[in-house]
Design a protein around this ligand. Sequence first.
Ligand SMILES: O=C(O)c1ccccc1N[C@@H]1O[C@H](COP(=O)(O)O)[C@@H](O)[C@H]1O
Length: 225
Amino acid sequence: MTLVIKICGLKTSEAVEAAAAAGADMVGLVVFPPSPRHVDLAHGRSLAALATGRLQVVALTVDADDALLDDIVAALDPDWLQLHGKETPERVAAVKARFGRPVMKALGIAAAADLARVPAYAAVADRILFDARPPKDATRPGGLGRAFDWDLLDDLDPGLGYMLSGGLDPANVAEALRITRAPAVDVSSGVERAPGDKDPQKIAEFVRAARAAAAAAPAVARPRA
Ligand SMILES: O=C(O)c1ccccc1N[C@@H]1O[C@H](COP(=O)(O)O)[C@@H](O)[C@H]1O
């Protein structure tokens, strides 16, 4: 299976073009005003239009209500909805039913106990995204460039596709894939010059490093060590 690569938090057409040129699969547009990567819906619409047909578009939200999701879906027409807040499994199921689009649910991980929530979410989401659990005083629940202990995912079989995120960058993505054998990776801070300012060269380096690592040790049907 081919590794799926998502570049998240794009704010410019230059960044969208860089993700497409690098050979990424998905781009994430953050609709969450406290984030330095927030895009308003008018701008998000133009970025999504630029990506459509070349990259899957993911709309990232944090505890968004139905009214906001209505507006986001109307503006961005995303291929995926990424729920990165405290949404319950019931809320994930309701969003999926209302919008009829695949839903990716982010779960913050800091310890093995955090994985106990996986079955309930795997039953309703189309993909689980594992991110580092944010510190209590964080102003946002993700996009912090913070990694978690990848060994926690050893032997994990969530029963559906999952995406690894949290503190990935061009230098560490190969090691992250070696340890987790994740079928998909997501990066934001690790391909930036500053929060919200994507670096085309780092995007290219990240995709190159991730593809090389996946070719050396494919995710699916890879015998366990
Ligand atoms: O990027 C943000 O600002 C953001 C805001 C609110 C929720 C999630 C956010 N980003 C997501 O967080 C993970 C990890 O990002 P990083 O690579 O560690 O910076 C990733 O899924 C981003 O899409």
